[in-house]
Design a protein around this ligand. Sequence first.
Ligand SMILES: *Cc1c(COP(=O)(O)O)cnc(C)c1O
Length: 397
Amino acid sequence: MIYLDNAATTQVSEKAVRAMLPYMNCKYGNPSSIYELAEHSKHAIEHARKQVAQVIGAKEKEIYFTSGGSESDNWALMAVMLDPKAKGRHLITSKIEHPAILKTCSYLEERGIDVTYLDIDEQGFIRLEQLERAIRPDTACISIMTANNEIGTIQPIYEIGQIAKRHKLIFHTDAVQAFGHIPISVKECNIHLLSASAHKLHGPKGVGCLYVQEGLELSPLIRGGGQESEKRAGTENVPGIVGFGVAAEEARKHMFENSRATMRLRNYLMKRILWEIPYVRINGSTKMRLPNNVNFSFQFINGESLLILLDSEGICASAASACHTGSAKPSHVLMALGLPEELAYASLRLTLSADNTKEEMDMAIERIKENVEKLREMSPDFADFSCEQGKNGLSYK
Ligand SMILES: *Cc1c(COP(=O)(O)O)cnc(C)c1O
């Protein structure tokens, strides 16, 4: 099997698994209890909090553990926008956010919140002038993702943070794809709220965090016990949090070498596909982009069909986004890029990890080449197109 879907989830690292195991068997105490067994759990959580905080230059007390990226996104937007003391009832976000943001925005709109959805340019970036123009006296918050999960583009979060500062707005960023993958400083970027998730950086599923800048009063989303400084009730997912901490520390320590290794493989894959397969395009900027992400559109084919063929040959990839699988609609991100619908349906997203090898890239490239050709042979549009080209004296290949 060749796994090229690391934006959907990652394999839990050996180190994280080993660290988690004791908290599932012998060290099972509830961190809220008072005996020594409970102390182990309590200390483990506080150690993990430090490990996670270090990734983004935060203080330990600014990290609140949650069940993952979706909860953190829901919590941030709901708490900020439904706060009776909010500066206003207007929120600015972008058209290419994750559904955890976009569906929370729809929910908020039903409750009288006004939401502006910023466009992106043909490279996949929001326009800062458009952001600044969208700000109104009743704007309370800007929520723009750090890096996109489908096309990997990295937004200018430093500049967005400066705009938020100038207008005294709360800045939230969904950094689930970026956390532990690229350097982020919450202080330098003036980020008030940041969502992260463990399973996107070789940690376990079902655990993540929300960074909340010190001094920002946020009401809880989950009410109950006093866990997480009364901000997030529920007995802590101790093994999950421990795994998250270890994965976060590993990601921070090896960020540079991991990103260099994955970028080298990704660029090799990208170049060979562009050279060896005709009628293909890269979606999103090739510069400000996550090191492990590439997103193609192969003209005249259906991305889902390509995925199924690749899967039958042991290659795990994705058409645009796991979140769209099973839905008949083309990706909202690719449509926002301005792609014609047929190219939005013709996409293939490959997301690498530092564990991938050049041999795997070579195998994947060959399989993609064969299957794209196979699907094009069956495509009536491609037959028409080749015929036209032939008449003009051009030939395919
Ligand atoms: C995966 C992802 C999420 C959701 O995180 P979960 O931990 O799976 O809930 C949110 N935003 C982005 C950008 C993601 O890639």
